[in-house]
Write a protein that binds this ligand. Structure first.
Ligand SMILES: C[S@@+](CC[C@H](N)C(=O)[O-])C[C@H]1O[C@@H](n2cnc3c(N)ncnc32)[C@H](O)[C@@H]1O
Length: 201
């Protein structure tokens, strides 16, 4: 994975898991009582600490980064016998993954969801002027942070994400950028704005 932005919230203000308003809206819509959440690339300080979970609910974190309170390093490390999830989230992680392993991860998530479960994907939007500035900033940051082995960032548009989700076996896909802090009136508006896509089987 190389040098990443880590779970440092300073870089993640625009992620839905950084704001209690977004987390509450996500829980209300997608998490039943006793529901199970898989937070891929999540951190103890993110969704899990923001969430006022319905009784009996569980948040499982898969993240290879040390010290972020993860239960597993990768989704593929979760034993198949582990109960399936009502909600899986992949927020601000796609940028670290090349297309092929990313589609593989999405297909793995599909197998681990309950039949009526939802997969929410959120990512900085690389389109538009702010998106272009973000691409430049990340490229420079990666080069400075690790001159010899800079992190390779991958930038995926909403259309790219929908295409990959379809390929991974999700026929029902809807854009849900209403679940972002920017659209929920967080001030000042976090940059770069994220987009959110909801996928169902
Ligand atoms: C920018 S942070 C996002 C944190 C949080 N999800 C949020 O939205 O605020 C990206 C995180 O993705 C994690 N990550 C990178 N590749 C991953 C993978 N294959 N599986 C799970 N997590 C991964 C990194 O370790 C890092 O903690």
């Amino acid at each position: 994975m190389g040098t990443g932005f880590g779970g440092n919230p300073i870089y993640n203000r625009a992620s839905p898991s950084s704001h209690v308003r977004c987390v509450d809206a996500i829980i209300r819509e997608f998490l039943p009582k006793g529901g199970r959440v898989l937070d891929i690339g999540g951190t103890e300080a993110g969704f899990r600490s923001q969430a006022a979970l319905p009784a009996g609910s569980t948040v499982v974190i898969a993240n290879p980064e040390r010290g972020v309170g993860a239960d597993y390093r990768y989704v593929s490390d979760i034993p198949p016998r582990v109960e399936r999830f009502d909600l899986a989230m992949l927020f601000g992680v796609m940028m670290y993954l090349e297309r092929e392993p990313l589609v593989g991860l999405m297909a793995d998530v599909r197998r681990r969801l309950k039949p009526r479960g939802t997969f929410l994907v959120a990512e900085p939007n690389p389109e538009g002027v702010v998106g272009a500035a973000e691409i430049l900033a990340k490229t420079i940051y990666a080069a400075i942070k690790s001159f010899w082995d800079p992190t390779k960032f991958n930038f995926y548009t909403v259309a790219d994400t929908k295409g990959m989700l379809r390929e991974a076996g999700f026929p029902n896909i809807a854009e849900r950028s209403d679940l972002t802090p920017n659209r929920m009136g967080i001030f000042p508006p976090p940059q770069p704005p994220y987009y959110v896509v909801a996928a169902r089987i």
